[in-house]
Design a protein around this ligand. Structure first.
Ligand SMILES: *Cc1c(COP(=O)(O)O)cnc(C)c1O
Length: 399
């Protein structure tokens, strides 16, 4: 059995620790790969330079800083392990990864089917940038139920996000993969929620999986990065287009994300445990109408979550009762002491942010709902977090 086969037999948690190691030096080697800062790469002779340049579009060779660096290569390998991918490219942000994915596979005249539940800037990109380039976009219901009917002869990509942003709608990814492939289209999935641990789109039939490594992979709210992991068939188009656009990341940032990945499984397990405690508390609060988290049996799509996910994370959202006004909901948020008010998530700390569902969805009408708030439950003691949430409910002024 060769090394690759042995690695594949091992559990994902083991592979995450084993992958992307430092080179061996005489006298021993450090645990972690070095940060290799480089723009120019120098060669021994012209023949070697020509040879490496000829091979670089297909193979991973180190020829110039814009084509990636060894620290980034180690991170790419770690992400490929997480995603079960052929290979991975790194991008300066999660949004850049999404943009490059759309630009790599779509051309003028093509039609894109995008989930109603996508990260909002992805929707804006499709509407404001792709449309003038004659790449049309239609949104499909977050649960994927209307996809078949919305396929057109020109549809070349189905772009899903599962669970969806803000309220975590589940879709049946293997079914979407089947529809996409029957119509000569690619299935892309934003996998930031699952982070390659709780959900693995490529194993469920997707061709391309995109993640904002800014979130759980980095895990410490101090670095921006995006990743795109693909099957072997989908790789050449992404790789060529990313090279054409000069997409790369700094080795220092790659080092930080690789370091974050080493503790990813442990952090996610703790985020999950704390979030489920808080979810149970919120469900018992009279001001709360609904709690959104796919691990809850009441959640629509819970059965798909059970089938396709291995756990949940620190994200949960909830809806206030309709009589709680916008002002009171804002007052509740402002009263929290342990939750930072901010976008993004996936760091070790708890966060809160209002979620404007009516403006984030166009297929489903969310206008009749109470105010919705998104929480990211961090690694703090859940008892302290619950006490903080409780004092904020007490602080709401009531008529
Ligand atoms: C945050 C996020 C992104 C974008 O990542 P950035 O690194 O902030 O650009 C993309 N998709 C999802 C689902 C996200 O939550």
């Amino acid at each position: 059995m060769n090394r690759k086969d042995i690695m594949l037999q091992r559990q994902l948690q083991t592979r995450m620790v084993q992958t992307g190691k430092a080179p061996v030096y005489e006298g021993g080697s450090p645990v972690n790969p070095p940060v290799v800062r480089a723009s120019t790469v120098v060669f021994d002779n012209v023949a070697q330079q020509r040879d490496l340049r000829a091979r670089r579009s297909g193979e991973r060779v180190f020829t110039y800083g814009a084509r990636g660096n060894p620290t980034g290569f180690a991170l790419e390998d770690a992400v490929s392990e997480l995603e079960g991918a052929y290979r991975t490219r790194l991008f300066p942000t999660g949004l850049a990864a999404i943009a490059m994915t759309l630009l790599s596979y779509l051309k003028p005249g093509d039609h894109l089917l995008m989930s109603d539940a996508v990260y909002e800037p992805a929707r804006k990109l499709a509407e404001s940038f792709l449309a003038p380039y004659r790449i049309r976009c239609t949104f499909f219901a977050a649960d994927g139920s209307d996809v078949e009917g919305k396929i057109e002869p020109a549809t070349r990509m189905i772009y899903a996000e599962c669970p969806g942003s803000l309220v975590y709608e589940m879709c049946d990814l293997p079914r979407l993969a089947d529809i996409a492939h029957r119509h000569d289209a690619l299935l892309v999935c934003d996998n930031t929620w699952g982070s390659g641990c709780q959900y693995r789109p490529l194993a469920l039939g997707a061709d391309v999986s995109v993640m904002a490594a800014t979130k759980y992979l980095s895990g410490h709210s101090d670095v921006m990065m995006g990743t795109v992991a693909t099957t072997e068939a989908a790789w050449p188009a992404l790789s060529a287009r990313s090279d054409a656009f000069g997409m790369t990341v700094s080795p220092d940032d790659a080092y930080l994300v690789l370091r974050g990945i080493r503790s990813l499984a442990a952090r996610l397990a703790m985020h999950e445990q704390h979030a489920l405690r808080v979810a149970g508390y919120l469900q018992s609060c009279p001001d709360v109408r609904a709690v959104f988290c796919p691990a809850l049996p009441e959640h629509p799509g819970h059965d798909i979550w059970k089938r396709d996910c291995t756990g949940t994370n620190g994200l949960l959202s909830f809806e206030f009762q309709p009589q709680v006004t916008r002002e009171a909901a804002d007052q509740w948020i402002d009263s929290l002491e342990l939750f930072g008010l901010g976008a993004s998530w996936g760091g070790y700390e708890s966060l809160v942010t209002p979620a404007d569902l009516p403006s984030a969805r166009s297929v489903t009408d969310w206008s009749g709902h109470g105010c919705i708030v998104r929480l990211h439950i961090g690694l703090e003691s859940p008892d302290d977090l619950i006490a903080d949430l409780g004092q904020a409910f007490d602080a709401i002024s009531r008529d």
